[in-house]
Ligand binder design. Structure first.
Ligand code: NDP
Length: 443
């Protein structure tokens, strides 16, 4: 049995029930096989055993009081996975589905994604099974204050710098930051995604979605094509989805779908993003309300956005939202590119099918790395006590995404699988972390 297979089996046996974590580890390690075999020192130094075991897992109780006076208790998590190349960095997910396995999968992915950005950031992730949906601002604040009252002991500007993710937007980051400062007393860049009046970076909010479109544009250019004129299907209607739609539209593509966890819309004339922003960013409403603005559009709770004919598919909602049956629809409808805005939105059999049928596939750890890269730029601005302009940050973001594309396509070519960007991203992300771990001894 190969070293890689041995470790995959060991991870499954040692972490029972954590199926998303198993899926992420398998997906990464299987593609690393040629690099691992070429470097026997990795096995001798237990590199994969160490890489798949988080450096620290913090789990805690989060008690808070709701508006009716009832005491509620949620689970809080922070997984500090790997700090070989920089302080732990990764978002906080607030969603009822959150469990340890999901946070570990996200933290593991984050190691390679952060490495691909070329910036000095390690991998981590956190979250809670708290659901901000339907809660009052006061309830969200009570939860965030309680969450940070425990978390603040473990984070810091040079130690661990959390950010937003599903359910954690500007409001939640504000409450978390306020409580951190109150407990710790330091005005430091301990969280990213902050508001612009207290240390946030211009273009951070837009960065993941914009970055996704920049790397997709780069791929298309490399293949002698253009995003201009393409029909695009987007899933989700949150932070990533909204700014992916914005940039794709600016570059001349037509985005025809968006969704939330209840249903999805199809607008053959192109999504009216001002309406979506009002529904989602201002009213915190449901995507169905789009029909109030555009009665001619269609809304459905059956099937998913992937049943629509498109050239480019951008899954931007959550993990395992694009299944094999959806991959088949995309292929049958002539789709050319699938680029992941969300983390691991496509199931392994869907990815295999997409690649086997000649579509280009950009995995999340490369395609959505613009968010964390811009978070690292926010950290730099905080350390410098400076604020860069939107144009400066956006230009750096674009350069980072173009570089990521160059790195992953070079790694894929080097290992004899040109255009296998899954392999390219895993190998390119892994090498820097592995070298740093080898240099730092058995820690
Ligand atoms: P948001 O909370 O802003 O939006 C998430 C969107 O996805 C919402 O439309 C939500 O619908 C939908 N969604 C969430 N969970 C589910 C589910 N279980 N089933 C169906 N739809 C669902 O999150 P983000 O946009 O920030 O994040 C989206 C994805 O991108 C996640 O995978 C995240 O990890 C990833 N990502 C985010 C980055 C960032 O900078 N924000 C950076 C890199 C990756 P509803 O409102 O109905 O729940």
């Amino acid at each position: 049995m190969s070293y890689v297979s041995e470790i995959i089996d060991e991870v499954i046996a040692k972490n029972p029930g954590e199926k998303e974590f198993h899926q992420a580890v398998r997906e990464v390690l299987e593609t690393l096989e040629p690099v691992i075999e070429a470097n026997p020192a990795y096995q001798k130094n237990g590199l994969l055993e160490r890489l798949t075991e988080p450096e620290r897992v913090i789990m805690f109780r989060v008690p808070w009081v709701d508006d009716s006076g009832k005491v509620r208790v949620n689970k809080g998590y922070r997984v500090q996975f790997n700090n070989a190349i920089g302080p732990y960095k990764g978002g906080i997910r607030l969603h009822p589905s959150v469990n340890l396995g999901i946070i570990k999968f996200l933290g593991f992915e984050q190691i390679f994604k952060n490495s691909l950005t070329g910036l000095p950031i390690g991998g981590g992730k956190g979250g809670s099974d708290f659901d901000p949906k339907g809660k009052s601002d006061r309830e969200v604040m009570a939860f965030c204050q309680s969450f940070m009252t425990e978390l603040f002991k473990y984070i810091g500007a040079d130690r661990d710098v959390p950010a937003g993710d599903i359910g954690t937007g500007a409001r939640e980051i504000g409450y978390l930051y306020g409580q951190y400062k109150r407990l710790n007393g330091n005005y430091e860049g301990v969280l990213t995604g902050k508001g612009l009046t207290y240390g946030g970076s211009l273009a951070r909010k837009e960065a993941t979605g914009y970055g996704l479109v920049y790397i997709t544009e780069e791929l298309l250019k490399d293949k002698g094509d253009d995003i201009k004129g393409k029909t695009v299907a987007v899933s989700g209607a949150g932070n990533v989805a909204i700014y992916a739609v914005e940039k794709a539209t600016q570059l001349g593509a037509k985005v025809v779908t968006m969704s939330d966890s209840t249903g999805w819309i199809y607008d053959k004339n192109g999504i009216d993003l001002a309406a979506v922003k009002e529904i989602k960013e201002v009213k915190r409403g449901r995507i169905k309300e789009y029909l109030n603005y555009h009665p001619e559009a269609q809304y459905s709770e059956e099937e998913r956005v992937w049943s629509v004919k498109c050239d480019v598919a951008l899954p931007c909602a959550t993990q395992n939202e694009l299944l094999l049956e959806h991959a088949k629809m995309l292929v049958a409808n002539g789709c050319k590119v699938v680029a992941e805005g969300a983390n691991m939105p496509s199931t392994p059999d869907a990815v295999d099918y997409i690649k086997a049928n000649g579509l280009y596939f950009l995995p999340g750890k490369a395609a959505n790395a613009g968010g964390v890269a811009t978070s690292a730029l926010e950290m730099t601005q905080n350390s410098e006590r400076l604020s860069w302009t939107f144009e400066e940050v956006d230009a750096k973001l674009k350069e980072i995404m173009v570089n990521i594309y160059a790195k992953i396509s070079a790694a894929a070519k080097e290992f004899g699988h040109p255009d296998d960007f899954v392999m390219g991203a895993n190998i390119a992300g892994f090498k820097k972390v592995a070298d740093a771990m080898m240099a730092q001894g058995i820690v």
